[in-house]
Design a protein around this ligand. Structure first.
Ligand code: DP6
Length: 321
């Protein structure tokens, strides 16, 4: 009754920002992402009748009451599916700074879902694992299939699932994450996106998304970095414009974030095919092809204010180890 899972975080090329149904975590739009090889969560779940209550252990820091409650609620969903009332011990560790704009809830809930289902002997198809993970954290459903993934918004629990667009071996991209701040976010994505409806730009954003998804898919199919990069930046800036015009407004960037955005523009003028995207935090994800990895890393390291650089390749989805 024990299982260990490793799950990747993912970077959203087209972002999930808004829920049509809070309880079921149904998103307002479909999204597309890439799994990250060097930003992972490893989780062990063990069920036993000797446990009186769930015990949640984070290896690197203390689980907050809020985090524990959310994890226990997810264990309850999985127990219900397996018709089990056994309590669990959960031990979890991230390979990257938590709550820093790398989606720790994505890798965390993907790992928890696959490990807990495995430990209870639930045999679920990948599609079902993605819908189950989604109930824990929306973006977690994209960390289950292999490589490059689309999460179909759907209007019902079963329809809102994620699937592999292309395996991780399809295109040797890099996501070089420039960590500029490892502090915990002041406003978590969950609360942040609650205010999305108050932005006057939200409807315009929703109308633009199907076209962007089509362009991202075409770029992935053709392995066209310039096409992918153009959509990435347009989408990132659009999501952050929505954040900044919500009530209350959310400003996730800091001065270093802005310096990097400016530098990327300069590097591109110099012929380097590198593009930025940013989730709900100040850290910048620099997307390029494998052949440009060295140059991009060297350039990033010349900027001031960079605390750490994480180099990711496209990765497999969550799996038992
Ligand atoms: C900006 O998946 O963390 O990273 O469903 O409330 O847990 P909850 O939200 P979460 O939101 C991720 C938002 C994002 C964009 C993305 O990953 O698509």
């Amino acid at each position: 009754m024990k299982a260990t899972t490793i799950a990747p975080a993912n970077i959203a090329f087209i972002k999930y920002w808004g829920k049509r149904d809070e309880r079921l975590r149904l998103p307002t739009n479909s999204s597309v992402s890439m799994n990250l090889s060097a930003a992972t969560t490893t989780t062990t779940v063990e069920f036993s009748d000797s446990y009186q209550e769930d015990d949640i252990q984070f290896v690197d820091d203390e689980a907050t009451q809020r985090e524990t409650t959310r994890i226990v609620a997810h264990l309850d969903r999985i127990r219900k599916r397996a018709k089990s009332s056994l309590r669990a011990r959960v031990v979890t560790q991230n390979s990257f700074p938590k709550s820093s704009g790398i989606a720790s809830s994505a890798s965390g809930f993907a790992a928890l879902t696959v490990a807990a289902a495995g430990a209870l002997g639930l045999t679920l198809a990948e599609k079902e694992l993605t819908t189950l993970a989604r109930l824990g954290s929306g973006s977690a459903c994209r960390s289950i299939p292999d490589g490059f993934v689309e999460w179909l918004a759907g209007k019902t629990n079963d329809a809102s699932h994620a699937y592999c667009l292309y395996p991780h071996t399809h295109w040797d991209l890099r996501d070089i994450v420039a960590i500029v701040d490892t502090e915990k976010k002041k406003v978590a994505s969950t609360e942040g996106m609650d205010g999305v409806i108050t932005s006057p730009l939200f409807q315009t954003r929703l109308a633009a998304i199907p076209g962007r998804i089509a362009r991202v898919k075409a770029a992935l199919q053709k392995k066209d970095i310039a096409l992918l990069g153009a959509v990435l930046e347009e989408e990132c800036l659009d999501m952050h414009r929505v954040c900044q015009t919500q009530i209350p407004p959310l400003y996730y960037w800091n001065d270093v974030t802005r310096d990097i955005i400016r530098a990327v523009g300069e590097w591109r003028k110099g012929g380097l095919a590198v593009y930025f995207t940013i989730d709900a935090g100040p850290n910048v994800h620099l997307i390029c092809e494998a052949k440009d990895e060295q140059v991009v890393v060297e350039k990033v390291k010349t900027l001031s204010g960079i605390e750490q650089v994480i180099i990711n390749k496209p990765a497999q989805g969550a799996h038992l180890i």
